[in-house]
Design a protein around this ligand. Structure first.
Ligand SMILES: Cc1ncc(COP(=O)(O)O)c(C=O)c1O
Length: 408
């Protein structure tokens, strides 16, 4: 408690009474993070498989990110896009150097939803067409445009009318997509691996077929790699697993290790359709975010975090399969690199809260799916600790399931 202004119970009370109640909360007051670990206000340690919802790619408070932020904060904290800035120029060169080939211009914003907003506007401007196709189960954010291409009805319905002309198609079904791909479609938007809907991996040929269909029909392909990109799945971009390059790429989350950022990347001829004033953002390209972004990209490369995500992710998934799949309550374990999920035959709320009580932070993906998005620097010992805690909790859920099937 030393050094903290508020008692833990006051922190919770203040947030609960003053913040808009739009988050389902885990009752922990986090005050410190390092690598793949978090500490709460009472000094209790947690293995962090939530990772700030997939943001802490290079680990919490990586010393090189902290140093880059500190140095930039001493030099210049704000620089509007109408003035040039050294940190911004350095960052966008690095970003383009890791972007898929041919995507050589970028619009900078402050979040995933904003990266998607920009992509939708660019697609309309470039094609002169109005409609979009999105995937059932897809998640692209909650601002009005991004929400329009987000699948879940309960997110969209209360806020309609959204942007019209969005058609949803089953993820993985190329024939249905083909039947919707008429001449008025500006873009198809896809997550190469669906995150919010529980780490859904497409059939092997699907993304290639989507790419071919878009080429054939003059439709732009927007890939949303906000959650699955930046080494998370074992490659810089998840779409590289299937050899697919988008027309527009959306990136955000861990790009600046937790400093708000969004990036929409496209080839020059597409991006140049936006004219002066048509799309701007006060904070987009902020020097602190750019300095943190440069440090993050350097670390992803120098610490070989794609390879590491693949190795540790494969180990993590195998251990979960070995130790959880024997319980009937577990339907399936799946994952790609360090983007992992498992489905239960019961709601996962008690597992999520029980994990926190036992020193492990994990995520919901809907009512019956647990998702794990740990920092890519998570170590073997932390993985073992996470699996042991999960096994203990799953055994309890399995007993619950048995007593439902055979009540005494
Ligand atoms: C794939 C994907 N797209 C877009 C978003 C929206 O990002 P943000 O919450 O930063 O607006 C998210 C957030 O979880 C996401 O996972």
């Amino acid at each position: 408690m030393d050094g903290h202004a508020l008692h833990p119970s006051r922190v919770i009370e203040v947030e609960d009474s003053i913040l808009a109640s739009t988050y389902s909360k885990i009752p922990i007051v986090a005050v410190k993070g390092r690598g793949a670990r978090i500490w709460d206000i009472d000094g209790r340690e947690y293995v962090d498989c939530m990772g700030g919802y997939g943001v802490a790619l290079v680990g919490h408070c990586h010393p090189k990110v902290v140093e880059a932020i500190r140095m930039q904060a001493e030099k210049l904290i704000v620089c509007h896009g109408s003035i040039y800035n050294d940190a911004r120029a350095e960052f966008i060169e690095k970003l383009i150097s890791i972007a898929p080939k041919g995507l050589d211009k970028v619009f900078l914003s402050n979040s995933g939803a904003e990266a998607v907003e920009a992509a939708l506007k660019i697609a309309r401007k470039y094609t002169g067409r109005k409609a979009f196709i999105s995937m059932m189960g897809g998640y692209h954010g909650k601002t009005m445009g991004a929400l329009s291409v987000t699948w879940r009805e309960d997110y969209r319905h209360p806020f309609e009318p959204l942007i019209g002309e969005v058609r949803f198609t089953p993820y993985g079904d190329i024939d249905r997509l083909r039947s919707l791909a008429t001449g008025d479609v500006a873009a198809v938007i896809v997550e190469p691996v669906q995150g919010e809907s529980g780490v859904k991996i497409p059939p092997d040929d699907y993304l290639k077929e989507v790419r071919e269909l878009c080429d054939e029909k003059g439709i732009l392909l927007i890939l949303d790699e906000i959650q699955c990109g930046l080494c998370r799945t074992g490659k810089m971009w998840a779409s590289q697993h299937w050899g697919v390059t988008p027309d527009i790429l959306c990136v955000a989350k861990g790009l600046a290790s937790g400093i708000p950022i969004g990036a929409t990347i496209a080839p020059r001829d597409i991006m140049d359709k936006l004219s002066v004033g048509e799309h701007t953002s006060t904070f987009g390209g902020n020097p602190i975010a750019c300095a943190a972004g440069s440090a993050t990209i350097d670390i992803l490369i120098s610490e070989k975090l794609a390879e590491r995500a693949w190795e540790v992710g494969s180990l993590f998934k195998r251990m979960l399969e070995d130790r959880l799949s024997k319980y009937r309550v577990v339907r399936e374990v799946r994952g790609l690199g360090l983007m992992i999920a498992f489905d239960l035959r019961l709601p996962v709320k008690d597992v999520v809260l029980g994990a926190a009580a036992n020193g492990l932070l994990i995520l919901y993906s809907g009512r019956t799916t647990v998702r794990l998005l740990p920092p890519l620097v998570i170590g073997r010992e932390e993985v073992e600790r996470a699996v042991s805690i999960l096994e203990k909790l799953i055994a309890i859920e399995d007993e619950k399931l048995k007593s439902r099937i055979h009540p005494s």
